[in-house]
Design a protein around this ligand. Structure first.
Ligand SMILES: Nc1nc2c(c(=O)[nH]1)N[C@H]1C(S)=C(S)[C@@H](COP(=O)(O)O)O[C@H]1N2
Ligand SMILES: [Mo]
Length: 399
């Protein structure tokens, strides 16, 4: 039996019951065969069916139709955990946030009502796992073999992280803000999940502690009662069940900063480098790369003449300038129409009529950000499988 089956609890029972399972329709054929064989639609408490990649910890991605709207519904939002010790709702209701650390003026704590009494802010932003599309890497790399659904876009409501930090007081030598969540390892030997962000990003007006997602309390598995929102950065910093913040004069040195979530130095240029965690070889993954996804038709489908291709595009927060389609292998590009603008951190819908004669056609789609960043023709290979934003090509038949 494979290790994943052993760990998967009820999933393992299903598999060993000898249920012959066909691959879920619409799954990207570029995923590793083992993933195509094992992934199933499954329902977590409070959620509609999602694609289950693992159960302990729960790693479930959204199905493509969850992206038909630029806001992803809470019950269809993906779920990603590193560790399987997730506190129950009853425990989380007695929640308290403490803020301290060696570069804090004093230690302070907040109950949820106290937090809610601070000035409220909200915006729409994409929450995307660094490893979204890892399963499409060629050659395949180790890690959760995500397809295209380890992401979602929501309206987040909460308070500015800087307002909370200022209650404790930020001393002159403050370098990083360290974030802890209430979840933890099941076995004490596993390193606890803690992350840090640079001071500049922590004091940014757009860095929020959110208590609402799309107008409702955060779902249990998306971080109830509060999580950090670092719009424009990949979701590894978006600490769920946030219960402890340290204002620190030293860089956080743990597995999750020093070994995981790093990309080769210089491979992905960013506007604001994470200097205190960068070395000659590598740097933490931070700003999301420009990307797009066709959401109303899967590779290999047959469509009617004049079919309207629909999808979403997003980047790290400059906003989307254009989405274009090409029917001739990238020699010519035609602009798609952009839809509703929910803010520069949000999914931007697009649509384009497929002007192709009956028969086989290969449709390429690429997005360009307002910062001038374009999706790549060729994968920027990195061993951890991050930042996959290769131009999507769909083989369609018009009939
Ligand atoms: N407490 C806690 N927060 C966390 C994580 C985690 O394992 N524990 N994983 C991070 C990662 S890597 C991702 S991709 C997002 C996933 O957010 P979601 O489960 O709400 O979709 O949460 C981030 N915050
Ligand atoms: Mo992630």
């Amino acid at each position: 039996m494979k290790r994943r089956d052993v760990l998967a609890g009820s999933g393992a029972a299903l598999l060993s019951a000898g249920v012959a399972r066909a691959a879920v329709p619409g799954m990207n054929p570029g995923l590793p065969q083992g993933t195509l064989d094992e992934v199933a639609l499954a329902t977590l408490p409070g959620k509609k069916p999602l694609l289950r990649l693992s159960d302990r910890p729960p790693n479930y991605e959204a199905t493509m139709d969850a992206f038909a709207t630029p806001i992803t519904p809470n019950d269809r939002f993906f779920v990603r955990y590193h560790l399987a010790g997730i506190p129950e709702m009853a425990e989380l209701r007695n929640w308290k946030l403490t803020v301290g650390g060696d570069a804090a003026g004093k230690e302070v704590s907040f109950t949820l009502p106290e937090l809610r009494s601070l000035p409220q802010h909200q915006f729409v932003a994409v929450c995307q796992c660094s490893g979204n599309r890892r399963g499409l890497f060629q050659p395949h790399v180790a890690g959760v073999e995500w397809g295209t659904g380890a992401m979602g876009c929501a309206r987040w409501t909460g308070v500015r992280l800087k307002d909370v930090l200022n209650r404790a007081g930020v001393k002159a030598g403050a370098l990083e803000v360290i974030l802890h969540g209430a979840d933890g390892p099941v076995l004490p030997a596993t390193p606890d999940f803690a992350k840090s962000i640079p001071m500049q990003r922590a004091l940014d007006d757009d860095t929020l502690i959110a208590y609402e997602m799309n107008g409702a309390p955060l779902p249990h598995l998306n971080g109830f009662p509060i999580r950090l929102i670092v719009p424009g950065w990949t979701a590894t910093y978006w600490m769920k069940h946030l219960n402890q913040i340290e204002i620190s004069s030293k860089p956080l040195q743990n597995f999750w900063m020093a070994a995981a979530y790093r990309v080769p130095a210089g491979m992905f240029p960013v506007a604001h480098p994470f200097a205190s965690q960068t070395n000659a070889q590598s740097t933490p993954i931070t700003e999301i790369v420009v990307n797009s996804l066709v959401t109303n038709v899967a590779d290999g489908a047959t469509v009617k003449p004049g079919f309207e291709i629909k999808g979403i595009a997003w980047d790290s927060g400059s906003g989307i300038r254009t989405v274009e389609t090409s029917l001739d292998g990238g020699a010519h590009w035609a602009p798609a129409s952009l839809g509703q603008d929910l803010g520069h951190y949000a999914f931007r819908p697009f649509s384009a009529a497929l002007k192709a004669a009956p028969g086989a056609v290969k449709v390429m789609v690429r997005a360009t950000s307002n910062a001038g960043e374009v999706q790549v023709d060729k994968l920027k290979f990195n061993p951890a499988g991050y930042h996959h934003n290769v131009i999507q090509t769909l083989a369609l038949t018009v009939a």
